[in-house]
Design a protein. Structure first.
Length: 208
């Protein structure tokens, strides 16, 4: 289980402030939405919390420990051991099968699941493990990303607009899966402009 927090976090890109003074916390079993108008910095904040983007000021803490002086090696270890990322148009290896996408060709071993089929069933992609990811719809790709996060036993899930351009049925399915992941103790942080998803998140952080 992992706790992610930000203390007076600020990001400036090319001298322009994207946001400043963000203080928040997302712990195990918490589902948090980062909300606000387009361009306010939701994706940027998500990347900073995921240690993808270094802060300009302030700090991101993992389990209360400052990451300010973390080496690349420490950040890689965090991504490998704890984190999963779901981006709208990213993260699925189109030319490979669903099974390959779950286990990254056997590189990932799950402590919880014996076989990738088990997580594919949870997300409603059962009996499709041999298909190429390129044939999946947008919503199915998002579900594949969640299945991989579960298989990997990730402790924190960073999702950027996971319900964007989905119909209501697929959107509801994603929300239910995020709830399930949260109920299992994951810390789930989503950047979203989807009011429906934001409403489903008990914790919200609104950027101006
Ligand atoms: N690499 C970059 N170079 C220059 N500007 C950037 C970069 N990344 C983000 N920005 C700027 O930072 C601001 C916030 O962008 P960001 O993508 O975080 O917004 P957002 O809230 O996720 O928007 P949306 O709802 O449209 O996804 C924007 O003005 C954007 O142009
Ligand atoms: Mg965005």
């Amino acid at each position: 289980m992992v706790n992610i927090s930000a203390q007076n976090l600020g990001i400036a890109i090319e001298g322009n402030s994207v946001f400043e003074n963000v203080t928040l916390e997302c712990g195990p079993g918490v589902m948090m939405a980062l909300t606000g108008p387009s361009g306010c910095g939701k994706s940027t904040l998500l990347n900073a919390l995921g240690l993808v983007l270094p802060p300009s000021v302030g700090d991101v803490l993992v389990d209360g420990v400052s990451t300010k002086n973390w080496s690349d090696k420490q950040r890689f270890a965090f991504w490998k051991q704890h984190a999963a990322f779901i981006y709208q148009d990213y993260g699925v290896i189109e030319a490979e099968t669903l099974s390959f996408n779950i286990t990254l060709g056997g590189q990932l071993k799950s402590a919880t699941y014996q076989r990738p089929e088990e997580v594919l069933e949870i997300v409603g992609l059962q009996s499709r493990e041999k298909e190429h990811a390129s044939v999946l719809s947008g919503g199915e790709k998002q579900r594949l990303g969640i299945a991989r996060a579960m298989y990997k036993d990730s402790h924190v899930l960073f999702a950027d607009e996971p319900t964007a351009s989905l119909d209501p049925a697929n959107r509801d399915m994603i929300i239910e899966l995020l709830r399930l992941a949260t109920a299992r103790g994951m810390s789930v942080i989503v950047a979203t402009h989807d009011d429906y998803l934001a409403q489903a998140c008990p914790q919200k952080y609104r950027l101006p």
